[in-house]
Design a protein around this ligand. Structure first.
Ligand code: ADE
Length: 244
């Protein structure tokens, strides 16, 4: 996958030079490059913002540097990339969206900073506008990194084990069941005996039950509209009856 990021602060993307994302880049699964719209401002002081028509406080990011930056990226791509603009008014990002985005070959993330965009960038340049939550950040950079991280780990070959991304919290619509490793006993704290039983059918049922239990307790909203297996429905009903 090729990801281009348009940002006035390319240095902010240092976190994508570490750990799993670093390895994905080294393996050639993911290519990342950053374009600074200031390089496309073509005015005397390289300004990328201006005052809003109609008056009002603050400055707005001008359209030309962003349209030109996208043109420059498109000129070196074989396909037209899918363009995502980061803004608090966008659709709220989710695991489902991460899965959907992981199927594109070419993506562009447009990040603003401090100020808003001239609306022509939103209406005529971006294919979609995404937010990472109902709060306002100083810019779209952190939000773009969150999305890139979430979708990159779904690309085949990025995680050590290919099924990891499938057993994650949210992947099947439920939160993840609790997991334990050695030692069996840490300062008197044991692990659930079923996990030491070697009975894989029992372990699987325990995990399904725990995933349902933790979701019911912490995020019951996630259960609405999920298509559960007959076994899961039975487990969930038993959990609900126990709560009453
Ligand atoms: N830019 C500022 N706040 C943001 C948010 N919550 N999500 C995405 N981009 C943003």
């Amino acid at each position: 996958m090729n990801i281009d990021i348009i940002s006035l602060f390319p240095e902010m993307f240092a976190p994508l030079e570490h750990s799993i994302i670093k390895r994905a880049r080294e393996k050639g699964i993911l290519s990342l490059s950053i374009t600074n719209p200031r390089d496309f401002s073509y005015n005397r002081h390289n300004h990328v913002d201006d005052i809003p028509f109609g008056g009002g406080a603050g400055m707005l990011l001008k359209p030309e540097p962003f349209f030109r930056a996208v043109d420059a990226i498109e000129a070196r791509r074989e396909r037209r990339p899918h363009i995502i603009l980061m803004a608090p008014e966008g659709d709220v990002f989710s695991q489902k969206k991460a899965r959907e985005l992981s199927h594109y070959e070419d993506l562009i993330f447009i990040c603003g900073h401090y100020e808003g965009f001239d609306h022509r960038i939103i209406d005529h340049l971006a294919d979609e506008c995404l937010s990472i939550g109902d709060y306002v950040l100083t810019g779209g950079e952190l939000a773009a990194m969150v999305i890139i991280d979430a979708l990159a780990r779904m690309l085949p070959g990025v995680l050590g084990c290919d099924t990891c991304a499938e057993t994650d919290s949210f992947a099947c619509g439920l939160l993840e069941y609790p997991q334990y490793t050695r030692p069996r006993n840490y300062k008197g704290l044991g692990v659930p005996p079923v996990l030491l039983s070697g009975d894989h059918a029992k372990i699987d049922e325990w995990r399904q039950k725990k995933a349902l239990e933790v979701t019911l307790k912490k995020r019951p909203d996630l259960l609405n509209g999920l298509s559960l297996s007959p076994k899961q429905k039975q487990l969930l009903n038993a959990l609900k009856n126990n709560c009453d």
